[in-house]
Write a protein that binds this ligand. Structure first.
Ligand SMILES: [Zn+2]
Length: 229
C-alpha cells in the first residue's frame, strides 16, 4: 500500500493538470477568435470556389440566327451549289455559278407578314443599297473565329432598314424585314433570305462566282449555326 500511494497521488496530480489544461482552453478567450477566424477562412474558400463556377447556357450558338427557325429553311440552295438556267432547285433559274451564300426560304403562309432578319454577328454597315439580283441588300463587317469577314444579307425591303451605312449593328439586332416576293423589293425573286459571308474586310456582295477557287473566299454560315462546343 505504501508503494501504491505515491503512484495514486501522481495519477491524481496528472489528471488534475490535464483537467486544468482542458478547462483553461475552454475558458480561453482566444478560442472564440480562433473559431471566428476559421469561419472567415472557410467563407473565403467558399467564395473563391464560387468564382470559379462558370454558368453554361443550355444551347449557345456561335452566331445569332439570321431568321427565326433558320436551319429548317435551308431547302433549296445550300452553300456552294452550282446552278444555271435549267439546272437548279429553283425554276426558272436566272443565275449561273457557284452559290456563295445560303438561301433561307419562307413558307406559303409567310408571304405577307413581316419576316425580320437579324445580324448574325456585331459589326458596321458597309453597304445598304438596291442591287440587281437582290433588291435590297446590306453588307456588314464582323469577325468570325478571329477572322475579318463581311456578311451580305440579300432580298430585304430596303425601306425597312433604319440604320445607315457607317452605323453598327449588335449581334441579334434586327436589320430589317424580307422584301415582298416577286416584287422590286427582291428584284423579282421569291421571298427568301440570301446570306453570304466573304473572307476579308472588303465588302463583296456577289451571289455567285464562276470558279471553285473564287468560292474558297466564301464561308458557309451553317458552319457557325450550331452549338458551341
Ligand atoms: Zn442565294
Amino acid at each position: 500500500m505504501k508503494k501504491i500511494l505515491p503512484i495514486l497521488i501522481a495519477l491524481v496530480v496528472a489528471l488534475a493538470a490535464a483537467t486544468d489544461i482542458f478547462l483553461y482552453d475552454l475558458n480561453n478567450k482566444n478560442l472564440g477568435k480562433i473559431f471566428a477566424q476559421q469561419v472567415a477562412n472557410n467563407n473565403i474558400a467558399a467564395a473563391s470556389s464560387i468564382k470559379t463556377i462558370t454558368p453554361v447556357p443550355p444551347v449557345a450558338l456561335a452566331i445569332a440566327e439570321p431568321i427565326a427557325n433558320a436551319l429548317s429553311r435551308v431547302t433549296k440552295k445550300p452553300f456552294g451549289i452550282y446552278v444555271m438556267p435549267g439546272f437548279s432547285p429553283v425554276n426558272p433559274e436566272r443565275f449561273t455559278g457557284y452559290h456563295t451564300g445560303v438561301d433561307f426560304e419562307t413558307t406559303p403562309t409567310e408571304q405577307k407578314a413581316d419576316i425580320p432578319v437579324y445580324a448574325i454577328c456585331p459589326g458596321k454597315i458597309l453597304i445598304k443599297e438596291w442591287a440587281s439580283g437582290y433588291g435590297g441588300v446590306v453588307n456588314v463587317s464582323c469577325t468570325l473565329s478571329g477572322q475579318a469577314v463581311t456578311v451580305t444579307y440579300g432580298h430585304l425591303r430596303l425601306a425597312s432598314i433604319l440604320k445607315k451605312v457607317g452605323e453598327t449593328l449588335a449581334q441579334g439586332e434586327e436589320i430589317g424585314v424580307l422584301g415582298t416576293g416577286f416584287s422590286k423589293e427582291t428584284d423579282g425573286e421569291r421571298r427568301h433570305l440570301h446570306l453570304g459571308i466573304h473572307k476579308g474586310k472588303n465588302a463583296v456582295i456577289n451571289g455567285y462566282v464562276a470558279t471553285e477557287v473564287q468560292l474558297a473566299q466564301w464561308i458557309n454560315v451553317l458552319d457557325y449555326l450550331k452549338p458551341v462546343k
